[in-house]
Design a protein around this ligand. Structure first.
Ligand SMILES: [Zn+2]
Length: 66
């Protein structure tokens, strides 16, 4: 099982294995997976990355804050 969530700092969509405790975003923020809001769940990594790609590109208006 994989979870899809948003980085608490920059809002990027990320995914991680359900049993992973922390996941570092490309922005450098280390997300504690117990505190993030889960936006979707996936059976496997392929499905998770698919969801991330769709969400990232679905016009949430997110642009890099860098
Ligand atoms: Zn981030």
């Amino acid at each position: 099982m994989f979870i899809v969530f948003r980085c608490r700092k920059c809002g990027r969509y990320l995914y991680a294995g359900k049993d992973v405790k922390t996941r570092q975003c490309t922005c450098g923020h280390r997300n504690n997976l117990r505190k993030v809001r889960i936006v979707a769940r996936a059976k496997n990594e392929v499905e998770a990355s698919e969801i991330v790609r769709k969400m990232q590109g679905s016009g949430t208006g997110f642009r890099s804050l860098a």
